[in-house]
Design a protein around this ligand. Structure first.
Ligand SMILES: Nc1nc2c(ncn2[C@@H]2O[C@H](COP(=O)(O)OP(=O)(O)OP(=O)(O)O)[C@@H](O)[C@H]2O)c(=O)[nH]1
Ligand SMILES: [Mg+2]
Length: 375
């Protein structure tokens, strides 16, 4: 009991675990995408609703700078930043068993970002009755269903908070925000498509609205031949601004994930697909969640760490070890591109390219950091 009993303020370090939920209709390739991103081998099947319990895993954040810095430093160990992924059971289409169960919705609300898989591939051996193969139609239906799911909780809250606000003027602006949101949701509008003030957002917070979560739309094609470009434009016009659309073949990416990096590169470059599409998905998720990477480099280990944009140096230090946050004195900082160009940290230091930063320093994407501390 010891720790929790101490009179220390609760620290929500769990917030650093960014969770992406993979969702979509049955048989669209959700688990296949999950396998591709995690390198795991969760069972996939040609029948709908094959995933009944969520699969959990982590995706490495591809990072060419880190790879290069590790070479320059001759680091023995290389640790990429990771994102936590959840492959969720399929959503049922309206009229196909209908609506979302409470358990499914609860899981969805726990996610920070959604990766929605839309089926475009045609394959007679994989039935598509539960999804269709028109990504636009699926996106349209899903947008509506998500809005409806939010509408139901907002409507209940609206009635309650409206009553409370008549007695308590302090609740009036929250009541107005919830009322406006409810009306928008009723029309099928995604809440993230609107501008909200900070205090309005905090009036929504405990409702964990699904339509406020950033979405990455993944169009699963048989083979990415570039033909889907028109489709991407149409999808982008349909979904709220800020959502990302990525086209890929989950099956191909899944096969690629099982290969060595060299063989994978050969496979994708042979098909004109560059590095493959997974990096795009992960980067989009990173951007959607306002995450930045910073690094610690040395002969033992080259390590990428993740913090929220805006995090100060001591908070970043705390990711490495809580002692570094508690005893933080200052940080030596240089951009990883500079460290690489200088041929490593020591040479970067000799060249006078390090900066010394204090407690108020806001960590920038790509910072290499050495923390000076005393405990
Ligand atoms: N031809 C083809 N088949 C694919 C593709 N992506 C996935 N599949 C196949 O489609 C079937 C369903 O894939 P899953 O990844 O299990 O689909 P899911 O969305 O997780 O399905 P549920 O969990 O049942 O909802 C499997 O047999 C996959 O191998 C693709 O791009 N092309
Ligand atoms: Mg599945």
């Amino acid at each position: 009991m010891g720790r929790l009993g101490r009179a220390e303020p609760a620290r929500y370090t769990a917030v650093s675990v960014a969770r992406i939920g993979i969702v979509g209709y049955p048989n669209v390739g959700k688990t296949t995408l999950f396998n591709a991103l995690t390198g795991l081998e969760a069972p996939t099947a040609a029948h709908p609703f094959s995933t009944t319990e969520p699969n959990m895993g982590v995706a490495n954040v591809p990072d060419a700078d880190l790879d290069e810095a590790a070479q320059v430093e001759k680091s023995v160990k290389l640790v990429h930043a990771t994102l936590e992924l959840l492959d969720l059971p399929a959503m049922a289409k309206p009229g196909h068993g209908g609506g979302f169960g409470a358990q499914f919705l609860g899981r969805l609300r726990d996610m920070e970002t959604l990766a929605v898989v839309l089926r475009s591939f045609q394959d007679d051996s994989v039935p598509s009755d539960e999804s269709g193969t028109d990504p636009l139609a699926q996106a349209q239906e899903l947008l509506l269903e998500l809005a409806l799911a939010d509408f139901e909780v907002f409507e209940r809250r609206r009635d309650k908070i409206a009553k409370e606000a008549t007695a308590d003027p302090g609740k009036r602006s929250a009541a107005e925000a919830v009322t406006r949101a409810t009306a928008l949701l009723e029309q099928g509008t995604q809440l993230r498509a609107e501008r909200w003030e900070r205090d309005q957002l905090s009036a929504f917070r405990d409702l964990s609205p699904l339509t406020l979560k950033p979405v990455i739309w993944v169009v699963n094609v048989e083979e990415d031949t570039g033909e889907a470009e028109g489709l991407v434009a149409e999808l982008e016009a349909l979904v709220p601004k800020g959502d990302t659309v990525v086209v890929l073949s989950a099956k191909l990416e899944e096969e690629g994930a099982l290969l060595s990096p060299e063989d994978r590169r050969e496979l994708f470059e042979g098909l004109g697909l560059g590095e493959g599409a997974l990096a795009k998905v992960v980067r989009a998720a990173y951007a959607a969640m306002d995450l930045v990477s910073f690094y610690t480099l040395g002969p033992k280990e080259a390590h990428a760490w993740t913090v929220r944009k805006g995090a100060k140096a001591p908070e970043a230090a705390g990711k490495i070890h809580s002692d570094l946050e508690r005893g933080f004195i200052r940080a030596e900082v240089a951009p990883i591109s500079v460290v690489i160009a200088d041929g490593g940290w020591d040479d970067c230091k000799k060249a006078g390219h390090l900066r010394v930063e204090g407690k108020d320093y806001t960590v920038a994407e790509g910072d290499v950091i050495v923390v000076r501390f005393s405990v």
